[in-house]
Write a protein that binds this ligand. Structure first.
Ligand SMILES: [Zn+2]
Length: 203
């Protein structure tokens, strides 16, 4: 039996993951973006996918371009404002095949106060404690570089499964070898964040 990823093209899979994330509170109308790489070709959700389309996008909306010609991709009219960090990650780590930036419902309370998120469940242990990149202007190249800095010490995690960086007062960015594993990571981290918050109810 073929997995979901095996039954779809990369663009179709990005459309599927977009819908899944929005319907499961893994991101919101305000933002997020999903990208995947196949060899030299990069596929990325368009700008304002949440705000303008409530994440109901189709394969024709996906921004597509060559990794070798990254500057051309930046000039694309639908290039996402949060795309610089995706491009910096692909450039720095050739084995990365997917990047997800999201505003997950239960991670938001932590990023509002820049509090690290400890792993509380065995399902989230492999990601370690989630930490923040240093302060930087949102959507800037400086921010993209600081995200890459935080991922450098997590190469093993990215190769084995996925690694995440928290963005102060903003959200999370996850890098992995493939898109389904990146989505798995976002879901697990959101569930783990809820579990940390819910400990208060047990006191
Ligand atoms: Zn965002």
């Amino acid at each position: 039996m073929k997995s979901i990823a095996e039954r779809m093209t990369i663009s179709q899979l990005i459309v599927y993951v977009s819908k899944f994330m929005f319907e499961n509170d893994l991101t919101d109308i305000a933002g997020g973006n999903i990208s995947a790489r196949d060899g030299d070709v990069l596929y990325m959700t368009p700008t304002l996918a949440g705000n303008q389309w409530h994440w109901i996008i189709d394969t024709g909306d996906i921004v597509e371009g060559s990794v070798a010609k990254i500057d051309d991709l930046k000039q694309h009219p639908r290039f996402t404002r949060e795309g610089l960090s995706h491009l910096a990650i692909y450039k720095a780590f050739p084995f990365v095949g997917a990047v997800i930036h999201a505003h997950p419902k239960y991670i938001n309370p932590f990023v509002a106060q820049s509090k690290p998120i400890p792993p509380m469940l065995s399902a989230s242990k492999s990601f370690g404690e989630l930490q923040y990149h240093a302060e930087a202007e949102q959507y800037s190249q400086d921010q993209a570089d600081k995200i890459v800095d935080m991922l450098r010490s997590q190469e093993d995690r990215m190769k084995k499964k996925a690694a995440a960086v928290l963005m102060p007062r903003h959200g999370i960015i996850v890098a992995s070898a493939n898109l389904m594993t990146a989505l798995d990571c976002v879901q697990r981290m959101n569930t783990n964040a809820f579990t940390v918050l819910a400990q208060k109810w047990l006191e």
